[in-house]
Every structure is written in C-alpha cells, then in structure tokens.
Design a protein around this ligand. Structure first.
Ligand code: NAD
Ligand code: ZN
Length: 429
C-alpha cells in the first residue's frame, strides 16, 4: 500500500462584513442592493423582547421592503423547532431574502430555513451522516443577512447550523459552504442587553473557538484531498491563526469587564470583534475535543437551569457545555504542540490580575482558563450542571459520535482519553 501524500492546500471562506455601532440600521439598504423586496426576519422571543428586531424591521420597511417576522426560534434549536420555522416560511409566501437577528440559535435556524425554502427535501436529508443523509443543496440559496445579538458563536461567518435531533437524543449539524450568510452585520449596540450569564457562556464559546482552532491539527498533517472532498474545516493554518490569536488578545482585555458591567460599550465592542475574529478563524480551521464533548453535555441535560436563559426548559448552554471540559482537554492536548498552548496561555493570561507563575508546562493553559471561568461566574464543573462519574461512559459515547470534530484534534483521543477528560472535569475548583 503506498503511503498517502500530505495535504498542501488550505482554504479560507468568509461572508461580506459590516461592523460597528449603527451597522444594523443599514440592512434595508444592503438588501435593496441585491434586489430583495420581500424579507423574512428570523428571531427568538427573548431577542424580540429587546426591541432590536422590531426596530430593524421598521428600518427595512422604511426603505420599501416588505418584512414578515418569525419570532418563534427555539433557544438551542431542535429538528422540530427548525421544521416549524421552515413551515412558517413556506406558508408565508415567496421571499427573496432572510435576515437573522439573534444569537446562534436564530442565525442557525435562519440557515435551515434558507436551505429548505430553496431546495427539495426535508431537514433530515441534509443533516450530517450518520444521523442524516448528508445531502448537498442542488440550488443556490437566498441572500442571508446575519446580525448577531450575542458575543459568541460566530455563526454569522460559518457554514454550519447546529441542532438537536430530538428523536435520537443527539446534537448534530448541517455543514455546507452554501449555508454561509452572504452578509454579516455585527452591531455591538445590539449586544448590550445580553444578561451576564449569556455574556459569560457565549464568551467562553468565543474563547474555545479561538483556542481549539489555534491548537487544531495543522492542515498539512491531513492526507491530501481531491477538490470534491474538501470540507470547510481544514485544520489550523496561517490565516486562521491570525484571527484566533487576535481574538484571544481581545478576550484577555474585555471579557471580565463585559460580564461585570454589561453597559460598558468599549468592552462590548471588543467582545463583538473577538467573536467575529474567532468565527473567521474557527469557521475555516475547525474545532475539536471541547466542542465534541459539548454535544453530549448539552444533549443529556437533566434539570440544570442557568439564569438569563428561558426558564421553561433545562439547558446547558452551548458555550458553557464547551468550556466545562476545556481545561482538561487542553491539558491532554498539550504535548501535541506545547509552544501553541503556552503562547495561548500568555495571550489569555495577560488580562489576569496575577499573571500565572507556572508558565511553561501542561498546567499553564488550564490554570488560565480556570481562573477566567471562575471570574466570569461559570459553574465549577460537570457536577454542578448535574453529571456524576456514573455518566462518563454515556458522555464518552456521545463525544465519540462527533468524529468530524475529533478528526481535527491535534492528538488522537481514545475512549479512555476522553473518559479521563470528563472525569477530571467534574469538579474544576
Ligand atoms: N453555527 C455555528 O457556527 C455555531 C457556532 C457555535 C454555536 N452555535 C449554536 O448557537 C447556539 C447558541 O447561540 P448563542 O450562544 O449565541 O445564544 P442563543 O442564540 O441561544 O441565545 C441565548 C439566550 O440569550 C438571549 N439573547 C440573545 N441575545 C440577546 C440580547 N442582545 N439581549 C438579551 N437577550 C439576548 C436569547 O433570547 C436566549 O435566551 C447553540 O445552538 C449552538 O450550538 C452555532
Ligand atoms: Zn461553539
């Protein structure tokens, strides 16, 4: 058997971007430039209550656009909630553009709506294998403007849409370059109303996007691909590195302040930039173990209800689920690239009152993360959100199902390795 050759090519994709206070007031103008007339605005009830979506709808109407609003997005969407949004869109008549106003939940739901109002079939046909049929869209999608109201997911730049498939108790996604929004409108003034725990959880999502893409397997460490086999996540590379490093520096300066004083405009702007930068990085490089672990942590929740999120359902929010095993995951991946782990610890630790003293070993990055997590008020470990050692086998099973993400890890993670990471994450402090 001949040895496979190594990859020599990496890729970079991004939407057009408008950033800054007031940017969201221009969406109507931007949509007219692409010939739109009838627009569907997609949001969730919590974001609708802030008044931002109604104002944006008014501004679009004032430009002569016809706007229909769907405000029924489920926080952390499910196959059922997305199908309901698709049904609404199909029944509300022809549209020629979509605007998402909200966090990752609203933006991801808008991506699913966009896919299914333009292409045949149903959600399950497009969901990643083995859960779904992993079909590719055959038709082009509508212009999608993504306007984030959280400082977190970076979904406005990415090709992915994440959902919970209720019948199979599994979180998974749809991933295709055509899902990427055509225009990202990042207006930091919309993020000022985020509750502290949303700021904290979404901020940890930014941090993990940056850190995981920065420590991901290097793109040239994969086998060479044919053009038709290229996936949006191509591994760490020089361009994604640039975004990830900068996102970490921004977080070091602004994260604690944004949580402590949500009205601090400068901190909110820095966080919005950090989220955007991290999205542009990880949306190309990919994420790995903490994100793979987040799927079962979120998917198997029993009764944890954090403040700031809808009270009618148990939820371990995405950013929280991602961060809870991050310190242990990065202790495990340290040996794959010590320099990168230490450099990240230096970038992130520069915001700490007492700079870490253990700056040159596998503990350096976990210690920086733990201090930050404590400072922003995250739960103290998996135990606090309802898990015990008896859950570890199930959690490992769920994580191993995320092979697409684990393939990007800088070290191969076996079931035993993952079990060690989960066990070590029960009580972080
Ligand atoms: N597609 C991607 O690239 C990607 C990446 C990471 C995460 N995700 C997904 O995104 C979802 C999480 O998104 P999120 O963290 O942005 O949060 P979210 O959209 O789930 O919103 C969290 C809560 O905050 C409220 N909220 C949002 N913005 C607000 C504001 N400005 N003022 C007041 N309340 C506000 C919402 O109503 C909701 O209750 C998860 O489903 C996750 O899996 C997607
Ligand atoms: Zn994430």
């Amino acid at each position: 058997m001949s040895k496979a050759t190594s990859e020599t090519v990496f890729t970079y994709g991004a939407p057009a971007l408008k950033f800054g206070p007031g940017a969201s007031a221009e969406i109507g103008y931007d949509l007219l430039q692409v010939g739109a007339r009838r627009v569907l605005l997609v949001t969730d009830p919590g974001v609708a209550a802030t008044g931002h979506p109604a104002r944006i709808a008014e501004q679009m109407t004032a430009r002569g656009l016809e706007v229909t609003t769907y405000d029924g997005v489920h926080v952390e969407p499910t196959d059922e909630s997305m199908a309901a949004a698709v049904d609404f869109a199909r029944e509300s008549g022809p549209i020629d553009a979509i605007v998402a106003v909200g966090g990752g939940s609203a933006i991801d739901t808008a991506k699913a709506v966009n896919l299914l109002v333009t292409n045949p079939g149903e959600l399950m046909d497009y969901i990643n294998a083995p859960v779904g049929g992993a079909a590719s869209p055959v038709n082009p999608l509508l212009p999608l403007v993504a306007c984030p109201t959280t400082t977190g997911t970076g979904s406005e730049s990415t090709t992915i849409c994440v959902l919970d498939v209720l019948s199979q108790h599994v979180k998974t996604g749809i991933s295709h370059p055509r899902l990427r929004p055509t225009l990202a409108v990042v207006d930091p003034t919309l993020t000022l109303t985020q509750p502290p725990m949303v700021t904290a959880a979404a901020g940890m999502d930014i941090l993990c996007h940056a850190l995981e893409s920065y420590t991901a397997r290097w793109y040239a460490g994969f086998d060479a691909k044919q053009p038709e086999d290229r996936v949006p996540y191509c591994g760490a590379n020089p361009i994604a590195d640039m975004w990830s490093e900068r996102a970490m520096s921004l977080l070091a300066g602004a994260f604690r302040t944004a949580v402590e004083d949500g009205s601090n405009v400068e901190a909110r702007e820095q966080m919005a930039l950090a989220a955007t930068f991290a999205g542009l990085g990880f949306g190309n490089a990919g994420v790995h173990i903490p994100h793979a672990n987040a799927y079962p942590i979120a998917g198997r929740v029993r009764d944890y209800r954090p403040p700031g999120y809808p009270e009618d359902e148990a939820i371990v929010p995405h950013g929280m689920a991602v961060s809870l095993t991050a310190p242990e995951a990065f202790r495990f991946t340290f040996e794959a690239s010590p320099e990168r782990h230490l450099h990240a610890a230096r970038l992130l630790g520069s915001g700490q009152a007492r700079p870490p003293e253990y700056a040159d070993g596998p503990d350096a990055l976990p210690e920086v993360l733990l201090t930050l997590m404590r400072d922003v008020g995250l739960p103290s470990g998996l135990a606090e959100v309802g898990y015990a050692d008896s859950d570890v086998d199930d959690l490992v099973d769920g994580s191993l199902k995320q092979q697409r993400l684990l393939a990007t890890a800088p070290r191969e993670a076996t079931a035993d390795d993952l079990a060690g990471v989960f066990r070590g994450s029960m009580e972080l402090w």
